[in-house]
Every structure is written in structure tokens, then in C-alpha cells.
Design a protein around this ligand. Sequence first.
Ligand SMILES: Cc1cc2nc3c(=O)[nH]c(=O)nc-3n(C[C@H](O)[C@H](O)[C@H](O)COP(=O)(O)OP(=O)(O)OC[C@H]3O[C@@H](n4cnc5c(N)ncnc54)[C@H](O)[C@@H]3O)c2cc1C
Length: 465
Amino acid sequence: MTNRINMHALSPEDRIKSFDEVNLGYRLQDALLEADRCLDCKHKPCVDACPVGIDIPGFIKKVAENKIDEAYHIIFGASSLPAVCGRVCPQETQCEQVCVRGIKGESVAIGHLERFVADTYYEKEHVLHEFIPTNEKKIAIVGSGPAGLSCAHDLLDKGYDVDIYEALHEAGGVLTYGIPAFRLPKTIVRREVQSLIDQGCHIHYDVMIGKTLTLKDLSEMGYHAVFVGTGAGLPKFMGIPGEMLSGVYSANEFLTRVNLMHAYQKGATTPVKHGKRVAVIGGGNVALDAARTALRLGASIVYIIYRRSKSELPARLEEVIHAEEEGIIFKFLTQIKEINGDADGNVKSIRCVEMTLGEKDASGRPRPIENPKKQKVIPIDEVIMAIGTTPNPMLIQASKDLKATSHGCLVVDENTMETSIPMVFAGGDVVTGSATVILAMEAGKKAAKAIDERVSLHHHFAQKS
Ligand SMILES: Cc1cc2nc3c(=O)[nH]c(=O)nc-3n(C[C@H](O)[C@H](O)[C@H](O)COP(=O)(O)OP(=O)(O)OC[C@H]3O[C@@H](n4cnc5c(N)ncnc54)[C@H](O)[C@@H]3O)c2cc1C
């Protein structure tokens, strides 16, 4: 049995000096060898484990035959973001976890192959995607993150006119302003967005629905249905002393300044602090992205402060390995209690307490318990909070009929993704709270199916107030 073929990557010494992508992808010979490892199982557990149901053995078979364009079209039939998902999906807990190859050895590197197929396809010039005649029905999509893009993709396939309204000046949502370029180059995101534009999707930038235009305006503009995929961009803070000091950021603000406003470039209009001793609070992908970004901005020491142990880290395994290789210091079983400032109001240190793990809590993970006798003060000059986000309340506040949970997440019918307003659908982080790219895409697809069914029955969005 051959071993799984790993991607080539930049060395840790080289990668921490730039925002260049760390993983270098497969060469053709790697992809052909890896594709040969797929057993093409009859029961295809990997397909069931993929939230958007990509025909994984089908596309891998085409790779093995060196028919990369055909492999791309198989993936694109189910997923509008193959190059993105090949890079950021947590495959180890989805398709690759159930891969039969993995029972006695290593699973097939499905994510690496998906990335290879998309990248190879995009390297070539292609004619535009097949033109599908319009059915003269228009749908408005609010937000251009994975949920909105995936909903748009499926509706375009069915012949709808699709208008995406995006609050920012770039499409992609978190893919553009959250996930750093060393993990997901922005050219890749733009290329995948371009595939939808090629299919006929219109994107209207700098339009904030709920402010620039209301849902009532969209109704008057004749849209048959609306899909809300506005994400969860409102950062949470802990409410501990010192959070207002200069040098404390939410990960969201820190990463947006760097990724979208290019704060690391000389003369950037939206600067960001280049801390030397940085503490990032949290253990998810967001925390690791912020920590590795701080390192690339010139920090000499970066801590991840996480209150549980390594086995509970929610971040993707690959990111944890890369972060360790780069010299990020993980302080497990550690809880921040206070941020101390100097006389000028700048961050000077953090006070932390040691934790132990108790019984499992409601989240299914062991409950962290403080040991007040074991406290320590760590000198720090920048703190980045990455402890989660909730949906931005703006649209919900502007649309009184939209029902939301106490956490600010939109309430939807789980089969159709319809909200409390008829013909207004929603999905992705705005419904679940911060989750994953592929789950947002799954929600967008589910809503597209329901929208098509309802519009076919002559239902029409009509918002009076
Ligand atoms: C730093 C970071 C790293 C991550 N890493 C990973 C990872 O490795 N793997 C993974 O699977 N997931 C990862 N995630 C999570 C993943 O990116 C999100 O779950 C996913 O992007 C959610 O998609 P969405 O479409 O629901 O929302 P978003 O991606 O947040 O997109 C929402 C869009 O709506 C726009 N918008 C908001 N309000 C309005 C309005 N009123 N009018 C118009 N437009 C509006 C926003 O500007 C944004 O473009 C990460 C998240 C972050 C922040």
C-alpha cells in the first residue's frame, strides 16, 4: 500500500517573513499517484460525509486518468468554491475521516486533490461557463460569503437572475477579509468569484442591506425571493478588566485591517499595531490565523492562550502543525483574567490563571476549572481576542419581522432555510453562529433548492414595511 502523498510547503524560516502561501500544492505526478490510492468504494462514505455531496470518487477517477477539466466539472457541479475548500475545509473530520483507505493506513488526501484540480483548471484559459437562458425570475442575495456564493451558484444553474448585495468593496466574506493570504491567497478567492460572474451573477458592492437598501426596497425592486447570508462578523469580548486598553484588538478587526486594508504595507491608511509580544486568546482557526499573522508582522513572541488542552483545540490540525513549526507558543490550560496597562494606556501584561479539566459540559468537551492559587503575569504589548463572533444585528434591527435567537442568530425552518418573513431565506454563520465554510455552503444550497421550489409554485416576496 502506498503512503499518502503530502504537499510541498515553504520552510518555516521562509514562510514567517512573508504572506506567501505556505502550502505549495501537488505537482501532476503527485496527484496521479495520490488519485491511484482511491479504492472507488461502492458505498462511497466520503460523499455522504461531504456537506455539499461532491462525487469524490468520481472526480478522483478523472484525476487518475489525467482528465483534470472533467474532474473540475464534477466538483463544480456541487461546489462553487473548490480551490477554497481544497485549502480550508476540515477534511480530517469530514470526507477523509471516513475514507476506507484510512482504516488500515492513511486516508486519501481528498482536499489536496480537490485543490490540485481547481488550481490546474484555473491555470488554463477557459471559455465562459455554459450560458443558461434566464427564467426571468430574480433573486437577491445579501452577503457574498460562502453561503451567498453557494446559493447564487445553484440558482444561476437553474436559470435565475441573481443579484448579490455586498456591504464591502470586495466579495468573498471571511474568505477575503478573515482568512490570511498565507493560507488562502486572495487571487484564488477572486478567481472562484469570477466563475460565478462568468455564469451571469451580478455583484453590487458597498451596499449595506438594512441601511443603503431595506428588505422593503428589495421587494419593490421585484425580487421573487431574498437569501440572507450576512455571516457572524460581530466580535465577542470577555468583559475582563483592560479590554479597552490600546493594543487590544478583536481578531476580526486585526485580520480585516491586515487582509483587506493591507495594513502591513508601508503608508497604509488603516494601520495596525506591530506588537512584539503578542497574546492571542482562543484556540480556533481564527486564533491561529491571528497568531501567525502577528508573527509575520514582526512579533518576536506569540502566545496562544487556550483554556482547555491540546486535544480540544478546535482549529484544523494542519494549522496547529504549521503554527507549531513557525514557533507559536501554545499555553494550554490557561485562562486570561485581566489585561494590565502602562501609564499611557497601552497594554503591558496579562494576568492568567491555570486551569484543570473537569466533567464534560453541554458542548461535549471537558469543562475547564480555574485553579486560583496558580496565577501568572506575562509581559505582553498586544492582545488579540479570538473567542467567537455573533451575527451583526444591523439587518435584524432594521427588519423587525425577522426573528432571531437571544444570540442574534436568525431563526429559520431547518428544511427550507426560510426565515420568519415569507420568501426571505437565510443560511451560514448568520443562522448557526461562526462555523465553517462548507456548512455555510451547504445552507446556501439548501436555500437555493427551497427558493426554486417555492418560486415554481408562484410564491413571490412581498414586504410591506
Ligand atoms: C479568521 C477566520 C478563519 C477561518 N478559517 C476557517 C477554515 O480554515 N475553515 C473553515 O471551514 N472555516 C473557517 N472559518 C469560518 C468560515 O470562514 C465561516 O464559517 C464562513 O465564511 C461563513 O460564511 P457566510 O457566508 O455565512 O458568512 P461570511 O463569510 O461572514 O460572509 C458574510 C458576508 O456578508 C456581508 N454582509 C454582512 N452584512 C451585510 C449587509 N447588511 N448587507 C450586505 N452585505 C452584508 C459581509 O461583508 C460578508 O462579505 C474562519 C473564519 C475566520 C473569521
